[in-house]
Ligand binder design. Structure first.
Ligand code: FMN
Length: 189
């Protein structure tokens, strides 16, 4: 797929087929993450590939969050989102992206942005291979559980997580708020 089509066709996928992924494809996607730009070229990201029992435990944690988050939703939409949360959409794998924790705000920002660049590369590489992802920070509302489940030390900050797998379908693209870039771009000459 052509580069700009990959960007435009990447979607937040919330329903996955149970088909397993090859380790080769997972590593190819994480290699794209590893080639992101980084502040001071520190390459301050780590990736955890979660499957099996630990994935089920992560789903239990996100399910509780999703029940609160969707409390005032219409029932069928709520049921669908809670089911997605409880199983991470049925994806065979969850990728967790970490960066180095730092108390200095400017350094923390640099580290988060570096790992976010890696995260976006991961999402785009997955799409290029026909795989689905969904950038997620909602599960971090119960960060303590994720740290405990995956044994993540305080020296690392959890940036985001994404399910990874073959999508049941790629959803329709949500429209751009400003497709002509009239308001979002200022030209200062
Ligand atoms: C920083 C960030 C956090 C997000 N957190 C969640 C989340 O916790 N759960 C979820 O289902 N989607 C989450 N999303 C996905 C967005 O809902 C999705 O990107 C947005 O609706 C636009 O859809 P698209 O990705 O298909 O273009 C997040 C996206 C970003 C960039």
């Amino acid at each position: 797929m052509e580069f700009f089509d990959v960007i435009k066709n990447r979607r937040a996928v919330r329903q996955y087929k149970p088909d397993l992924l090859s380790k080769e494809d997972i590593l190819k996607i994480l290699d794209a993450g590893n080639w992101a730009p980084s502040g001071r070229n520190l390459q301050q990201w780590d990736f955890i590939v979660v499957s099996g029992e630990k994935k089920i435990e992560m789903g239990k944690s996100y399910k509780v969050i999703s029940e609160v988050y969707t409390a005032d939703w219409e029932q069928s939409a709520r049921d669908a989102f809670v089911q997605y949360a409880a199983t991470y959409g049925g994806a065979p794998v969850i990728i967790v992206v970490l960066t180095d924790a730092d108390k200095i705000p400017g350094i923390r920002k640099m580290n988060l942005e570096s790992a976010s660049a890696a995260m976006e590369n991961i999402l785009l590489a997955a799409r290029a291979l026909g795989l689905g992802t969904c950038w997620m920070t909602g599960p971090l509302q119960d960060e303590a559980s994720i740290r405990q489940i995956l044994h993540i030390p305080e020296s690392k900050e959890i940036v985001a997580v994404t399910p990874l797998g073959y999508p049941v379908a790629f959803p329709e693209a949500p429209p751009r708020l400003d497709p002509e870039l009239r308001d979002k771009v200022s030209w200062i000459e």
